[in-house]
Ligand binder design. Structure first.
Ligand code: FPP
Length: 267
């Protein structure tokens, strides 16, 4: 059997394991490993980012096909500015190029695209492409793609805290009216349900300042595969692993009442 056929067979087996009723609605992804992937191949890091774009396209298609409704990807963090200027510029140009090339197809697929983060430091050209893409797709309701750029979870939380502090000091709200619901309503992701699943590729086991508030109860899946090698097969593995999790949200599995009764242990 050819390698291609073996891979197709493995993928079909995974598809059969998938529970269509339990597909996460919102998946967040830290697309990590582009640089390491390229360096390992003796290529400049930019080739990893370029290849990463094709992978994002594949995973976007796949998540839609599987029945997810929202995909949130970490494309550029508030900390990424400390990278060499050449790499930062390359990424900024890549975002503009990819958006210009892909926006028509994104719109045809009825995908709404949103950029999440502080866009202020980006060049005007990118800001214009972002706002026209968001405007073009604003009424699409098939699927939501959130692209986090110049995004940091701590910065987002501090901004919300400042807004709420201003509202309390002006008397608009009372301090005891500050609650999770109010906090949620001021987040950049307001109105969007929290991700059920966070996937991080590239093997690192940390959140790296991504959606700190929103990931409070998300299931985390770490893939050892570098983002440029990630694909539908690996994505399916992550979803199936998620489906095997027992999500308790701080509670316990329903157990018979007597399981809390310790009288048999008392002297
Ligand atoms: C992390 O890998 C990846 C990034 C900082 C950039 C990700 C961007 C893309 C895949 C392009 C997306 C394009 C659009 C339009 C949304 P890394 O460089 O940190 O890899 P390393 O950990 O191996 O160094």
């Amino acid at each position: 059997m050819s390698l291609g056929k073996i891979i197709d067979k493995k993928k079909n087996n995974l598809f059969m394991k998938l529970d269509r009723e339990k597909v996460p609605e919102h998946v967040a992804i830290i697309m990590d490993g582009n640089g390491r992937w390229a360096t390992k191949k003796g290529l400049p890091r930019k080739y990893g980012h370029k290849r990463g774009v094709s992978v994002l396209k594949e995973i976007l298609k796949s998540s839609k096909k599987l029945g997810c409704k929202i995909l949130t990807v970490y494309a550029f963090s508030t900390e990424n500015w400390i990278r060499p200027r050449k790499e930062v510029d390359f990424l900024i140009n890549l975002f503009s190029e990819v958006l210009s090339d892909e926006i028509e197809e994104i719109h045809e697929e009825s995908i709404k695209i949103k950029f999440v983060g502080d866009l202020t430091p980006f060049p005007e050209t990118l800001k214009k492409i972002i706002s026209s893409s968001e405007y073009l797709t604003k009424n699409n309701n098939n699927f939501l793609l959130n692209v986090c750029v110049n995004y940091g979870g701590r910065q987002e939380i501090v901004k919300v805290a400042k807004k709420i502090a201003l509202k309390t000091s002006s008397g608009e709200i009372k301090p005891n009216e500050v609650n999770e619901e109010l906090f949620n309503s001021e987040l950049l992701t307001r109105g969007i349900k929290d991700p059920e699943l966070l996937i991080r590729t590239g093997g690192e086991k940390r959140i790296s300042n991504f959606l700190l508030w929103q990931l409070a109860y998300s299931e985390i899946y770490i893939s050892e595969v570098m983002w440029p090698d990630f694909n539908e097969f690996e994505f399916l593995k992550a979803i199936i692993d998620y489906q095997s999790r027992n999500r308790r949200f701080g509670g316990i599995e329903s157990l018979p009442n007597e399981s809390f009764d310790d009288s048999q242990y008392s002297s």
